[in-house]
Structure formats: C-alpha cells, structure tokens
Design a protein around this ligand. Structure first.
Ligand code: AMP
Length: 436
C-alpha cells in the first residue's frame, strides 16, 4: 500500500459491521454504571505532560517510552522551557490522571461526596503493536473520589464483576487481587525488596536492574525467566504492610467472600502506574497465560490528588481495554444485539419517478422508518438485489406509471406479495406491514 493510504501502525478503522460490539460494550457499561449513580465524563484527548509525569510516575514505561507528544507543526522538539511555558502537550495514555485533574479544576470537591464518574474513549500509548496491544486503543472505566471505606473497594470490584457479567464474560474470568501498602508502609516494603534484590543484582534482567533503582515493586511483575527464579524467594508485600492496610485488605476480602465473587490472591500483582496504593486488582481470562490476558485493572490511588497539587482526597477506580473485551466477546461467541438495517428500500425507475422517489423518501423518514435507496441505480433488477442485500423488509417501487398516479408499489420482500398503494394511504399500509 502507498503510504498515503495506510493508517498508522497500531491503530485501526472500526467499520460499520464491527460497531455492534462497540455499541454493546458502551451501552452495557453506561446502563450498569448510571443505574448506580455514576455520571459520564469526557476529558480532552490531550493534556499538559505534567498531569501524567507526576502521577503515573517518571520512571514507568508509560511515561518513559510510551507518551505521544503533541505540538504545533513546524516547531522544534520540546525543551524543558516549552514544558514550563505549556506549549507542549501529550496524548492521554489513560484517563484517571485527567479525571483527577478535572476533579480539582472543576471544584468537584464541593459536590456531594463521593463523586462517581465513568468514561469510554480512546487512549494512546507508543507500545510495540501486537495482538491485544495497540497505539490507539479504547478504555471504559470509572472512578470514585472522596470515599476511603474498604466497602467501596469491594463495591468497585462488585461493579466490575457485574458489568463483565452483563457482557456475558464472567465464566472464564478471574479477579486477581493484592494490596500494595500505603504511604506509611510502602517505604519499608520497597526497602525490603531492594535489600533482597540487591543480593541478586548480577543475575537480574536488565529491566529489573533498572527498576531496582527506580521502583523495585515493579520487578515483582517481571515475566523474565531469570527474574522468576529470584522472585520465588522475594519478601511478600502482604507480610510487610502496616496494620491499617492489613485490616482494610482483610475487610475487602471478606466483602468479596460475602458477595461470592471469585478472586485469586496474587501477592506479586503490581501495576504499571505508580499512583496505585492499597487494594489493587486485575481482571484476567483464565485459560490465557500470556501477557495480554489482562482485560482490565484498577485499585486505590489515595495520593493521586495530592500529587497533582490538590487537597488529599481518596480515590479508587478501574479501566478495561475495549478491544480486548471485544476479542473476548468474539472468542466466547457472545451474541450481541444487531444494529438494525433499513426496513424500507425505495426503488425508482426513470427521471420522473426519481423526483417522486425523493419526496416519498423524505415523507417516509419523517414517519420514523429506517429507509434507504440508491438514486444512481437505474435498473429494477439491480435495485431489487440491493434491497435484498440491505435486508429491507419492504421495497417501494415507483415507475413512470406510479409517478403519474401518485402511487407506489409496496413489495413485501419476506412474503413475496405486492400491492399498489396511493401515496395518501401509504402511512396506513406501512404501519400495517411493519406493525409500528
Ligand atoms: P492500564 O491502564 O495499563 O491499567 O490498562 C488497563 C487495560 O487497558 C488493560 O488491561 C488492557 O485491557 C487495556 N490496554 C492497556 N494498554 C493497551 C494497549 N496498548 N492496547 C490495547 N489495550 C490496552
């Protein structure tokens, strides 16, 4: 393909025949979350870089390798000064930091707490494209600000489970859960891990050695064979958390037991974004062991608002990848509602008829029917075939004669019957035929 007719690597066109999956996911999420008090929020697709640098973490892959920068065409690449002067933007790699920014900027702290928000939209990460990993991908998710009760942690997981249930996917899913400690115990957890990994630093992978300096927690997530062996003996986070974290985590697990939501404790679960503390969880497909098996993840981020310069406010949320959810729908052969095609196809033969056809078209769409036509087609046969292919129930034929008589032939494509109907009676006949 010549370059000009190629979409960028790691992006895709979502064609009409795919839209039923997208609509199913978006509407299911909307219905479930709005039923329990969430309001939709849409934030800009690009933000000032600091929003992400300060929260996701300067040392994370997302910030170090995956941010797309946005600048006005023709300017040189950004310097520190540009960042300060706010002439440089980045495409959002995720939505939580943007929504936290909006919470502060829009004075949501003065709204009745907790503030519950949901979203659906594209995110951008300069990842290495592969199955389940794209550079532009969609996420649906939700956030709750201003509530630090462990019952809310369980509520979030309950809603996630509920939504995946409505998407008919829970059969093969499992929630993996862990606690990451909070600002009291996290330093000690990191220190214990560092001390342990230092002993083996010569044997760690290159990535792990780098993470040892920046965030030793991330090593726990390593899939590298060399690291795996060392990981087996690493101190566990749960054993090192403070009393409050332990108590909260225990409470969350008890709520989940009560709700009969299946979960696996995964003491090595850490996430790729530094703002997570306390309860952290991921939704995975059971049969899949590869890296792309995670459909979504979330957890607490009680420090995020202070990282942005706001007043300390607890927060918790979840995000899932829409492309991966849709892939799972297809793999599990979940039946999703079809997007309805046209009910009526208007066929015209000859110039006079075409003029009448256009008026009839306008009247019929005003009546509220789904109607279509191809005005450049001339032959009856071609138009009938098109009507059939479009899945229309009725074909309305207007020829020279019908145009002259102010009538149409109503052909029932399902029954194969047809009748000639005066235009002033068309409304009644359509109602009868289409049972509207
Ligand atoms: P995260 O925001 O990294 O916690 O990711 C949450 C979910 O978003 C993941 O479980 C994936 O389903 C999805 N996701 C993250 N990165 C990508 C990507 N590059 N391409 C497709 N989906 C992604």
């Amino acid at each position: 393909m010549p370059e000009l007719i190629q979409a960028p690597r790691g992006t895709q066109d979502i064609l009409p025949q795919e839209q039923k999956y997208w609509r199913f996911v978006e509407r299911t999420v909307e219905k479930k979350l709005e039923q329990v008090g969430f309001g939709r929020i849409d934030t800009p697709l690009f933000e000032y870089p600091n929003i992400f640098l300060r929260t996701i973490g300067e040392a994370t892959d997302i910030v170090q390798k995956e941010l797309f920068s946005v600048e006005r065409m023709g300017t040189r690449s950004a310097t520190r000064k540009d960042l300060q002067e706010k002439t440089q933007y980045v495409l959002r790699p995720e939505n939580t930091a943007s929504i936290a920014r909006a919470y502060l900027e829009q004075g949501m702290a003065n709204w009745p707490q907790p503030v519950k928000l949901w979203y659906f939209g594209p995110m951008f990460r300069y990842d290495r494209p592969q199955k389940g990993r794209m550079r532009q991908f969609y996420q649906w998710g939700f956030e709750i600000f201003g509530d630090d009760n462990p019952a809310t942690d369980a509520f979030v997981i309950m809603m996630v489970w509920n939504i995946f249930g409505a998407l008919k996917l829970t059969k093969n899913l499992v929630v993996e859960i862990n606690t990451l400690g909070d600002k009291t115990c996290r330093p000690k957890i990191k220190k214990n891990l560092s001390t342990y990994f230092e002993k083996y630093s010569d044997y760690l992978s290159e990535d792990a050695r780098r993470q040892l300096k920046t965030n030793p927690l991330r090593i726990l997530d390593s899939k590298d064979q060399k690291d795996q062996e060392i990981l087996a003996g690493a101190p566990q986070i749960v054993d090192n958390v403070c009393e409050t974290c332990k108590k909260n985590f225990q409470a969350v697990l008890e709520y989940l037991d009560e709700l009969a939501i299946p979960y696996d404790l995964n003491p090595r679960l850490v996430r790729g974004l530094d703002y997570y503390i306390g309860t952290t969880f991921e939704v995975r497909q059971r049969q899949d062991t590869g890296r792309q098996s995670s459909l979504g993840g979330g957890g607490r981020y009680d420090e995020l608002l202070t990282q942005l310069g706001g007043k300390a406010t607890p927060g918790i949320g979840f995000a899932a990848g829409v492309e991966r959810v849709i892939e799972a729908l297809k793999q599990n052969q979940v039946k999703v509602p079809e997007i309805p095609g046209p009910q009526i196809y208007i066929i015209q033969i000859g110039e006079t008829a075409r003029r009448k056809a256009l008026t009839a078209f306008e009247r019929i769409q005003q009546m509220g029917y789904r109607v279509t036509s191809a005005f450049s087609k001339e032959a009856l046969k071609a138009q009938l075939r098109a009507a059939d292919r479009a899945g229309a129930r009725l074909a309305l034929l207007i020829g020279q004669r019908e145009a002259f008589d102010n009538a149409v032939i109503v052909k029932d494509l399902a029954e194969g019957s047809q009748e000639t109907v005066k235009l002033d009676r068309l409304d009644k006949v359509l109602k009868r035929k289409l049972k509207k």
